[in-house]
Design a protein. Structure first.
Length: 247
């Protein structure tokens, strides 16, 4: 089997346990999941169900307590923090709810920074940054600071930062959570366009409005994967009074 015949991501019985002096918390439990190249997958569920923990594992920000995580066919569950950081820089692009831009760096410098860590030559960094900013229609703001931008514009810069490194997958954690409905729709349309261009995307959301952008939805509840559904099926469930009371 060639590399491209394999799932981009495969989780086998992955669990994450957080232990404090007084309590053990099973954030995610016995997750089996595959994400193929070119897919747009949404991870759905109420607040506190384990969505962000699962995304942190997928993004190599954290390691599972149990189970095996395969990325491009290779096990990455037990790598050191330094090894995870190296792979993360090359393979994963992140989009966060709070944008996570550095306030005293320009838009250009924010997008360039991960490429600098990778050790790319200045000429290649410039080409990638300009292409990414043009893709999100923010090249004209390249010399501005994040504080001079609207929330929607900052999230577009965050998207540019995520795609500039040409990652294998983009992980978006509630990318519309700090935006009004108009800017939220704009960012979702941008993600959909990137997916149509071949980008693999995995997005965490608890907003049923945006599930229709994904091809497939993974539904979590209390750390367990309880079903995989089409967006229309999940949207109906999100609308139920019982589910809304858990948000």
């Amino acid at each position: 089997m060639s590399t491209f015949d394999q799932p981009l991501i495969s989780l086998e019985a992955v669990s994450k346990l957080f232990v404090t002096d007084e309590v053990e918390t099973h954030a995610v439990s016995n997750i089996h999941l595959e994400i193929n190249r070119g897919e747009f997958v949404a991870i759905a569920g109420p607040s506190g169900c384990g969505k962000s923990t699962l995304l942190s594992i997928l993004g190599l920000l954290d390691s599972p307590t149990e189970g095996i995580y395969y990325l491009k066919g290779k096990p990455v569950s037990d790598l050191s923090a330094a090894e995870r950081a190296r792979i993360r820089n090359r393979e994963v692009g992140f989009i966060f709810q709070s944008f996570n831009l550095i306030g005293d760096l320009t838009v250009y410098e924010n997008v360039e920074l991960p490429l600098t860590y990778r050790g790319l030559k200045p000429s290649e960094r410039k080409q990638r940054v300009n292409a990414a900013l043009e893709k999100v229609e923010m090249l004209h703001r390249a010399r501005h600071l994040p504080g001079q931008l609207s929330g929607g514009q900052q999230q577009r810069v965050a998207v540019a930062r995520a795609v500039a490194g040409d990652p294998s997958i983009i992980l978006a954690d509630e990318p519309t959570g700090n935006l009004d409905s108009t800017n939220g729709e704009s960012v979702m349309e941008l993600l959909r366009t990137l997916h149509q261009q071949g980008t693999t995307i995995c997005m965490v959301t608890h907003d049923a409005r945006f599930l229709a952008h994904a091809q497939r939805s993974i539904h979590l509840f209390d750390g367990h994967l309880i079903e995989e559904s089409t967006p229309s099926q999940i949207e109906r469930e999100f609308s139920s009074p019982l589910y809304q009371s858990a948000l």
